[in-house]
Ligand binder design. Structure first.
Ligand SMILES: CC(C)(COP(=O)(O)OP(=O)(O)OC[C@H]1O[C@@H](n2cnc3c(N)ncnc32)[C@H](O)[C@@H]1OP(=O)(O)O)[C@@H](O)C(=O)NCCC(=O)NCCS
Length: 185
């Protein structure tokens, strides 16, 4: 697990959004200008890995629905011809000063655990993500995300795979009490 000794918490007003720089202006801009607006409008939620007010990384989650035909063909039989409910990992970024220290992985696991909790309450087929480029695609593939057949930069992780990821005795990510106790002791 990462040696990160900060906290993961919901984005709030006193976090210093201006200083955040992940090297991608669109992702910086989203955090500075839109993340709180979207939370206020209840269309997404943003969580930050932070040390006091300093934001080291963030992710945003939203709901989504896709056509089953977008999924790899082996999954088509599993779903009816209705929109397939998903969570969307809409954004994930780590400040350049903190990249390569395991914070991206911590944030991804935090996001997946949050989705797993949500799936227990309302059900969802999995988590999708639109990778911005091939490097980001490779990052998600490390965590067993599968690419969509017609759009290699769109990936998904089925809810069953997320359950397995966190299942006790089955993976190094196994956690007993949820990410709060692991990431925010
Ligand atoms: C992609 C990004 C979020 C990764 O965050 P990070 O904190 O640097 O990554 P971590 O240190 O947590 O790495 C976790 C694991 O992923 C691997 N990894 C990191 N970046 C990777 C990449 N681009 N391709 C493949 N693997 C990668 C690491 O080697 C590490 O593997 P390990 O667990 O076996 O040691 C970060 O580099 C970033 O914010 N980049 C700019 C914005 C961006 O591209 N965001 C993605 C948008 S979809």
């Amino acid at each position: 697990m990462s040696a990160f000794n900060g906290r993961i918490e919901s984005l709030h007003n006193s976090h210093d959004r201006r200083r955040f720089d992940c090297g991608d202006s669109a992702l910086n801009d989203y955090l500075r200008r839109y993340a709180r607006q979207h939370a206020d409008a209840n269309i997404s939620r943003t969580y930050v890995a932070c040390k006091e007010q300093r934001i080291c990384g963030y992710y945003s989650l939203a709901m989504a629905a896709i056509k089953k035909q977008q999924l790899p063909s082996q999954y088509h039989k599993r779903f009816a011809d209705y929109p397939v409910p998903m969570a969307r990992l809409a954004r994930l970024a780590v400040d350049v000063g903190y990249q390569g220290q395991g914070i991206g992985k911590l944030l991804l696991l935090d996001a997946l655990y949050r989705c797993l909790e949500l799936s227990r309450n309302i059900g969802m087929a999995g988590v999708i993500v639109d990778a911005k480029h091939e490097q980001a695609q490779a990052f998600y593939q490390n965590f067993e995300f599968e690419t969509f057949p017609d759009s290699a930069l769109t990936l998904w992780l089925p809810t069953g795979a997320i359950q397995t990821l966190f299942a006790a005795d089955q993976s190094s990510y196994a956690i007993e009490k949820g990410p709060r106790s692991v990431f925010n002791p």
